[in-house]
Design a protein around this ligand. Structure first.
Ligand code: FBP
Length: 346
């Protein structure tokens, strides 16, 4: 790190490159970053700050909320209230909250993704997506992901890391705990093209559809099985940590749809998980797909819609979509060898 570039100075410089509402956009990102610094402190202090990890209410989707989820949601909302944000959609509420209806931006956010990981001190995160407000405020959230003008996530781990996609590039900042500000550690990140590493919850193997099972089986078969690489595997069970690893090392992450009734559309949410991750991946030279469609072209029909997410290096995402292309969607769920075996090696 030669010159110390803070998130603030980076945003001020970026604002000049975006004359229309550039300063306003910078203010929204600064507010999320400030809230994340406060949240990082609360997570680190945990029980010493009164966080019990116990369940409180139920969120938008019927999931149990922990006290830290509620605290994170309140911190983010409080921070956004002072900014040019027209409406905020949070994982923790069924519907978007209107803040300043004529303000230029709408924010979709997962205030604390994967909070169950805190029980064993594993990284968790905040994921955000920012888009210009449309003429009809609420329909802004139902525009395709290409409408996003910025996105990012914060990882609360051994270090607090902020990843920001803005102005068609991706930069990484680390929290300097003493100065209480984010400082750039990687700039204009480009995802490694050929890192043979995949991340998937392999315990769901028996539920996967043919194309995903075929792709993973081919990764596992390695060079001796006719593949072009010996793959390594990682699964942290924390979306932000997996995404950061891909930005730093490369590889591919899959959370596919599967045959279980509650996973028919996958697990992750389109508006505040898949859309922002897809923007980050693409602006870092990678790709994100459902297996059949580019994530950024999808428009949500409901606020908390789920979607299959396959993201990472272009090379790997293309391999996964190529297998899907060879299998008709109607046979996705088939176990018949004819459909389950038409992989890359054919
Ligand atoms: P929540 O949205 O319920 O917090 O879960 C999200 C998440 O923790 C992701 O961060 C992670 O990728 C995934 O769930 C892990 O799922 P699984 O437990 O099925 O491996």
């Amino acid at each position: 790190m030669d010159e110390r570039v803070t998130l603030r100075s980076h945003l001020d410089r970026s604002a000049l490159q975006t004359p229309l509402h550039g300063a306003a956009l910078a203010d929204v990102i600064k507010a999320i970053a400030s809230a994340s610094i406060e949240l990082a402190g609360l997570i680190a202090d945990g029980p010493f700050a009164g966080i019990t990890g116990r369940h409180g209410g139920i969120n938008s989707d019927g999931d149990q909320q922990r006290d830290i989820d509620v605290a994170a949601d309140e911190m983010i909302r409080r921070a956004l209230r002072g900014t040019p944000v027209a409406a905020v959609l949070s994982e923790e509420a069924a519907l978007p909250e209107t803040l300043r209806p004529s303000a230029p931006f709408c924010v979709a956010i997962d205030p604390l993704d994967g909070s169950a990981n805190l029980d064993n001190n594993i990284s968790v995160g905040t994921i955000f997506s920012i888009r210009p407000r449309g003429n009809d405020l609420l329909s802004t959230f139902f525009e395709p992901g290409t409408a996003q003008c910025a996105a990012g996530f914060i990882v609360y781990g051994p270090q607090t890391t902020l990843v920001l996609a803005l102005n068609a590039r991706v930069d990484v900042f680390m929290l300097d705990r003493h100065a209480q500000e984010f400082v750039q550690t990687r700039q204009a990140v480009q995802i490694a093209r050929n890192m043979p590493e995949f991340a998937i919850n392999a315990s769901n193997h028996r539920h996967w559809h043919g194309p995903v099972r075929t792709y993973i089986d081919e990764c596992l078969s390695g060079i001796s099985g006719g593949g072009d690489a010996d793959f390594n595997m990682r699964w942290i069970g924390s979306l932000v940590a997996e995404a950061l690893r891909i930005l730093v090392r490369g590889g591919v992450f899959l959370y596919p749809a599967d045959a279980r009734p509650s996973y028919r559309e996958g697990r992750l949410r389109l508006l505040y998980e898949a859309h922002p991750m897809a923007l980050i991946m693409e602006w870092a030279g990678g790709a994100a797909s459902t297996g059949r469609r580019r994530i950024l072209e999808l428009a949500a029909k409901t606020p908390h819609q789920r979607v299959p997410l396959i993201m990472g290096s272009v090379h790997h995402v293309r391999d996964v979509t190529a297998i899907h292309d060879r299998i008709e969607p109607m046979f996705d769920n088939s176990d018949a060898p004819l459909f389950a075996r038409r992989g890359l090696f054919l």
